[in-house]
Design a binder for this molecule. Sequence first.
Ligand SMILES: Cc1ncc(COP(=O)(O)O)c(C=O)c1O
Length: 472
Amino acid sequence: MGNETKSSRPPGFQTLDDALVLTRAEMIENHRKFGNPGLVQLLGLAGYDQLFVRASGVEVWDADGNRYLDFLGGYGALNVGHNHPRVVAALDKVKEYPNLLQAGISPIVSSLLRDLALLTPGELQHTFLCNSGAEAVEGALKLARAATGRTRIIYCQGGFHGKTLGALSVTGRPQYQKPFEPLLPGCEAVPFGDLAALEQAFGRGEKPAAFIVEPIQGEGGVIIPPDGYLRGVRELCSRHGVVMIVDEVQTGFGRTGTLFACQAEDVVPDVMCLSKSLGGGVMPIGAFITTPALWQKAFGGVEKSRLHTSTFGGNTRAAAAALAALEVIVDEDLPSQAREKGEYFLGRLRLLQQEFPLIKEVRGRGLLIGIEFHSETGLLGKVTAGVADRLAQEYLASLVSAQLFRQYRVICAYTLNNPNVIRLEPPLVVTYEQIDYVVDSLREALSTYRNAAGFALGTARQVVSGWLKRGK
Ligand SMILES: Cc1ncc(COP(=O)(O)O)c(C=O)c1O
């Protein structure tokens, strides 16, 4: 009585309850009208615009009850799988805690900070919590600048560190950078895996503040550098006094068979960027962790303690999900699982490569796996003045992944910086049976594609002989 307020919902306003019963068509229409129509179209082409309503572990279900296997794994954010019960329970345990309270420090965050220091190698000790991979990279770049008083940043061609302005400035794909130029000044790309080029860059012009690198380039097409590269980078950075930032956003938390990929070479960076699976596949969270010395230089003391902040960074629920995710990763020894299952998966895929010349290379470490397809179509490319080459380059991997999805209900995708590579990075809790199913599906899909390519080549031959006849 008296206190009842009249809702001012405009006509057509949809509540969460409305959203939970939308049809697929209504969902698509909302996205198309009010979101990113081009992206909806692209997802639709591959058939990815399904109404997914449930997920658990490696499995996802659509509203019609069809089951899919997720071998994309949230681009590396789902190492513990979808909706891991311990992560979901963690959110329940803290549901009455204040989630956001800027005026205070939290016991949950305090334990997360401690665990991250314990689990990361060497002297990495002080963590800043944020909300995404790109933000972790932004923070790391700022830290390097503030700690050294220098500005130059060296990064790798083909590398991917996110799409915010600073992270984009060190993301080695000109196609993503061009529309937003000028980007951060003083950022310079060197070839990935090339220590001589790095040393040259260090010696040229103003001394760099930092070198940022992924231990394995994920979006670049699952590119593994030569053995000893990361150790060489460590040595060069130490010798030149350059801050070594290792971006473990995608490779971290067991993905490549060790808790962090840099541990495969016993390398301890000065700064490590983390995100994705840190949130247990449920909450967005990112972090960068650094040594006491660098922290002190950049953010030490009361005065500098608020130089870099984030409203949502270190909120209770994200931190609780992260603590639970770390528990699962350690208790279930997910790094070992990734190593063993990855070897099995790679072995089976390499056999497939022998069967299908269309596959140029199978590569990976742990459960970060890429299958690269041949991008040149040879004769067909010449006949079509490169059109077929371009099509093959841009679309072959997406055609195969779309077929895997439509026909076999396997979710996977091509890598962002290298569209001719299919990337397979399932949750680390994937079963051998699920791996077998995906390999068998791929074999069937490639069999049909081999025929299609043969057909195209046959058509090209006819065109060429027609030209030759006309030329006579
Ligand atoms: C290595 C690496 N760094 C940074 C990012 C950016 O993360 P986010 O998309 O959360 O900004 C990604 C995303 O794929 C990544 O793979």
